[in-house]
Design a protein around this ligand. Structure first.
Ligand code: 6R9
Length: 650
């Protein structure tokens, strides 16, 4: 391993930080040795309608995985994000909304947001939405998305956000999986100056699928002044519905373990799973991590560039920041519009103090050169964050130099949809940073590395990353399928939560995430199950068999490499390649669009008929010198053809 640079903690930063090195040590030890005392104390950062008397009650026993935090307490998430701030921060800006067009923005105070949430909560009730009902949001990054999330939380409804880039098919599957009754969308979304027909996608999802039978109301925000098709029995304008509703709506008292939201994510097998997050523990964890990790202080302007369709948007645009009374920036657009200096322009315009983005965005900007941000004044920045995939040291140092002006600490935050909040991270006032390493566990988090037999590895080691005990932000179940939850996360290794990631621990106890150890790939920070892409492909009449693997991609981190065996009667051609690409986009969404497609007369299979993905991965990586043991292949000559016709030649 080449010598790596360590970036020490800046003593001036540490002096003002929420957590310095000594505090980290002491708090971490207490959080592990006495979680009830530690999290019992942390729970007080929220306002409870009925205080809890119990704190942790969790077991990872595979026969009975049961995770409860603060189980006899009652509270309301919207109350904690809004009402309790009104007295002291009513006129402070809660959300700075920056539109796709740089000329368009809006500042929403805590009082404004409170009133908008109450009105929409009343509108949901007027349409029959009750406690426990699932509301699907399919929305762009506009204030109404935050309003709809908080309105659901206020009345005890469960939101299920479907990323606006997903296809009508993917949307329909998620509506059906969650048995949702209501959709909130907008007529169009605006990204990079282009209008995307969201409402039309909703219509396709409802008109062509079972989902249409479940949904009785579609709220439509008028984002763009354009007409859309209208179904009088189902569609209502968001603005018309809230116009006459009162700006007061009681916040339901919810049990700490009542569901707050469902969020679908990809796994190695089967259809995407709806991870369930609950109320009390989730909010305690989102709020505490947001404050400690981004070192958020009163009055700071904080910007996370994620989309609310992903977990990062849930925990670190909406719930964590608003629970903390922060000013959170919500950005509708893309980093390259009107030009590549946009991130810099927005930081300058709103004097952003903490900036949190993904390595894929950093790499794309890095490619444009050192002066990509133009003359934007970035001096307001105090801290930078990274999320979604490993950040390569080259991108880390560029980010540190160009965005961070050499002075801002970078928090490389490792976590997952399942974990609800950040689990491994260098705390900016406590932990020296090593570029590329997510470094150390947050409070209450006990990572471990296991070998394939499940033995725990000590000291410097590499293995499967597992977490040995529960933390409050953890997902409680897969919506409607607890057995699958247990199977997926608690059965490969007994008594621990299996993350699906591999990691290395170095001589200083720092964790380095090495990527997924399962059949999940990470494309531009978006998680994708290779099985999902394969099942989309085999649904095409020309495809007999498909195998999908990831391969290293300069910008996206991983690209999607597809091997396709055609049905007899079909000929390989450039047109067919284009058609298959379009087909996957239509079935799942543009983020799943294959980068490389190789027509393969046959797949490398074991004698029992299993596709040997290890070999396909190697060929896709253009690293076929080290194919390893191929003796179990039914027909080893298949491999020569695949190598001969490989698509990724360096
Ligand atoms: C928050 C989020 C989770 C997967 C995770 C891992 C990868 C996320 C990372 C990282 C290395 C980081 N991942 N953050 N890998 N370093 N800082 O991204 O959730 O969409 O569920 O993806 O992303 O592989 O398992 P999600």
């Amino acid at each position: 391993m080449s010598e790596q640079k360590v970036y020490p903690v800046d003593p001036a930063f540490a002096a003002k930080a929420h957590v310095d090195a000594a505090a980290y040590q002491a708090m971490y030890e207490q959080s592990i040795n006495d979680p009830d005392a530690f999290w019992g104390e942390q729970g007080k950062r929220l306002d409870w309608f009925k205080p809890y008397t119990k704190v942790k009650n969790t077991t990872f026993d595979p026969h009975n995985v049961d995770i409860k935090w603060y189980e006899d307490g009652e509270l309301n998430v919207a109350y904690n994000c809004l009402d309790r701030h009104l007295e002291t921060r009513g006129d402070q800006v809660a959300i700075i909304w920056e539109g796709d067009d740089p000329g368009e923005d809006e500042k929403i105070t805590y009082r404004d947001l409170y009133e908008r949430v109450c009105r929409f909560a009343n509108a949901l009730k007027a349409k029959g939405v009750q406690k426990g009902d699932v509301v699907t949001l399919y929305m762009p990054m506009i204030p109404e998305a935050a309003v709809a999330m908080l309105a659901c939380a206020r009345i005890g409804a469960v939101h299920s956000i479907v990323f606006g880039g997903f296809s009508p098919e993917a949307l329909a599957a998620r509506i059906e999986g969650a048995k949702s009754k209501v959709v909130v969308t907008s007529n169009y979304s605006l990204r990079g100056g282009k209008a995307v027909p969201l409402k039309e996608n909703v219509d396709k999802a409802l008109d062509n699928h079972e989902a249409g039978k479940l949904i009785d109301t579609v709220f439509v925000v008028k984002r763009v002044d354009k007409d859309v098709a209208w179904n009088d029995n189902r569609d209502v304008w968001f603005d018309e519905m809230v116009a006459n509703e009162p700006a007061e709506c009681p916040a339901e008292s919810m049990n700490a373990e009542a569901p707050l939201f469902i969020l679908y994510t990809s796994g190695s097998t089967g259809a995407p799973k709806g991870l369930e997050h609950t109320t009390g523990g989730y909010l305690v964890y989102a709020s505490m991590t947001h404050e400690a990790i981004f070192d958020y202080h009163e009055g700071d302007v904080y910007w996370c560039t994620a989309d609310v369709g992903w977990v990062t948007g849930h925990s670190y645009i909406i719930y964590g920041p608003l629970a903390n009374g922060a000013t959170t920036l919500m950005f509708e657009g893309v980093p390259s519009y009107p030009d590549n200096s946009r991130f810099g322009r927005v930081i300058e315009k709103h004097k952003v103090n903490q900036f949190y983005t993904a390595p894929t965005a950093i790499r794309a900007l890095m490619q444009q050169g050192e002066d990509v941000l133009g003359d934007a004044d970035l001096s307001s920045l105090k801290l930078l964050g990274s999320v979604g995939e490993p950040i390569n040291p080259e991108a880390w140092t560029w980010y540190h130099r160009v965005f961070g002006q050499g002075k801002c600490p970078i928090v490389d935050t490792w976590w997952q949809t399942e974990t609800g909040g950040i689990l491994i991270v260098p705390l900016p006032g406590a932990t020296p940073a090593k570029p590329g390493s997510a470094s150390r566990p947050f409070f209450g988090v006990q990572p471990a590395l296991l070998d394939n037999e499940g033995n725990e590895l000590e000291g410097e080691a590499e293995g499967s990353l597992v977490i040995k005990d529960s933390w409050p932000g953890q997902s409680r179940s897969i919506w409607g399928d607890h057995e699958r939850f247990i199977q997926t996360y608690f059965s490969s290794f007994k008594g621990v939560y299996t993350t699906g990631d591999g990691a290395r621990r170095d001589e200083d106890g720092y964790y380095w995430i090495t990527g997924r150890v399962d059949d999940v790939i990470n494309v531009s920070g978006h998680r994708m199950g290779t099985a999902e892409v394969e099942s989309a492909l085999v649904a095409h009449p020309a495809v007999a068999e498909a195998a999908v693997v990831g391969y290293p991609h300069d910008l996206k981190g991983q690209g999607i490499y597809v091997y396709v065996t055609l049905q007899t009667g079909y000929e390989q051609s450039d047109e067919l390649m284009k058609e298959l690409r379009g087909w996957v986009r239509q079935e799942i969404g543009p983020i799943a669009s294959p980068d490389l497609i190789q027509f393969a007369p046959s797949m490398p299979k074991t004698r029992s008929g299993k596709i040997m993905r290890r070999i396909l991965r190697k060929i896709a990586e253009d690293d076929f010198g080290a194919l390893g043991d191929t003796s179990t292949l039914a027909d080893p000559s298949v491999v020569d053809d695949l190598i001969e016709n490989r698509m990724n030649r360096k």
